[in-house]
Design a protein around this ligand. Sequence first.
Ligand code: CTP
Ligand code: MG
Length: 232
Amino acid sequence: MTGNLKFWAVIPAAGVGKRMQADRPKQYLELHGRTVLEHTLMRFLDHPQITGVVVALTDGDPYWQRLALSHPKLMSAPGGEERCHSVLNALQVLQQRATESDWVLVHDAARPCLRREDVDRLIAALTDHPVGGLLGLPVADTMKRTDAEDTVLETVPRDNLWRALTPQMFRLGELAQALESALKKGQLVTDEASAMELAGKAPKMVEGHGDNIKITRPQDLRLAELYLAEQD
Ligand code: CTP
Ligand code: MG
């Protein structure tokens, strides 16, 4: 069943990085010797099981052009208004060369510290799964729910609560369909699993590592630097 199935990667990289407050989109900031985006792309371009990588980019992105990257596995797609649109555009590029039942790993450009072992673990855990799933991390802190004035209403039991990370791995055809139908309903889903859930599917959670952070705010860059140095 898994014989001819291929694995592809989609990297949404068309965000502006507003919360990072830098002079350029955060995926183009320098980190441990190269840009954030180059670190992220190498994770997949170097992976022997990944057939091809589609990166979603802002139209005419001058930072991308300056990088002048070329690699036989690398393709690009136009970015969209929100992350979900960028991912869908990349899936449509893939649909021109992949099979509907091929697996796609969608991974944020802003997560450059992803470990090879986490990619391997995700693929191994899900290859024979009917739906697919995602990397996640069990929440460690005590969880509170507040009202609009930040007054604590209750403590939320943290059993079975996870933070959703990426990569998120689903079948090309099913994922494209799920995203299209979520968008049609006006739901701007923030991850692929949400789209699959809306379509009535039950994704599998696979435990990853905490160093797979999403660079979001200025202080995250230093943390990512530490993680990458440690991984060397
Ligand atoms: N992304 C994208 N297209 C968009 C918005 C986001 O491809 N229209 C990508 C980002 O480049 C990033 C990933 O989706 O790699 C996760 O999004 P996020 O961390 O929110 O990045 P930004 O939207 O760039 O940051 P911010 O929300 O602070 O503006
Ligand atoms: Mg964003």
